[in-house]
Design a protein. Structure first.
Length: 190
């Protein structure tokens, strides 16, 4: 299995570094992703999902260092939430930098999630950048709970499909919490 995951990381990395988009398993649901700093690749995902660019997407990250590379100011409560969360948790934080401008929401925020899932973690280790993550569906359609539920249009629309965990069934996406620099906390999705 280790050889398989290493090969898949290599294949996905080669596609991403050329500006491609991938379909891959995350710690929650199957996602469509790319280099979070590549504006053209991000635009390809919006086009594939038929999603308005005003609806922002999540960035996966694999370390506190990566978070601090994108956000100069991280509220202390963010670390407490991440430390105590039992389930995957996405935080919406203010004033991101060093990511594609079309990833940043109109209110100058960005949704981020620290991942532990081995494939995503190691891929970002190789990329040395955050990875875009959005559910593998056309905008407005239900989020697929397994690879089998992903529409052929999505599968054909990406540049690479990661060949791992295709039998995994996910019951729900991450919790989403918005944290303002003014210390306001708002739960967006449980």
């Amino acid at each position: 299995m280790t050889q398989d995951i290493n090969q898949e990381i290599h294949n996905a990395y080669e596609v991403i570094k050329e500006g491609g988009i991938i379909l891959y398993p995350t710690d929650t649901v199957w996602g469509i992703g790319c280099d979070a700093s590549n504006e053209e690749a991000v635009a390809k995902i919006y086009a594939l999902k038929k999603r308005e660019e005003s609806k922002s997407m999540i960035c996966l990250m694999n370390s506190e260092r990566m978070i601090y590379n994108v956000f100069k100011n991280v509220p202390e409560v963010a670390w407490e939430i991440l430390d105590f969360s039992e389930n995957p948790t996405t935080l919406i934080l203010d004033q991101p930098n060093n990511v594609a401008k079309n990833l940043i929401a109109d209110d100058n925020t960005l949704a981020v999630r620290l991942v532990k899932e081995q494939f995503c973690f190691k891929l970002m280790e190789r990329m040395k950048k955050p990875l875009v993550s959005t559910s593998a569906n056309i905008s407005g359609m239900p989020t697929p709970k397994s690879f089998k539920e992903i529409s052929p249009e999505i599968i054909k629309g990406v540049d690479y499909v990661v060949n791992l965990h295709k039998d995994k069934v996910c019951d729900k996406p991450s919790t989403i919490i918005k944290l303002g620099l003014d210390c306001q906390v708002k739960i967006i999705r449980k």
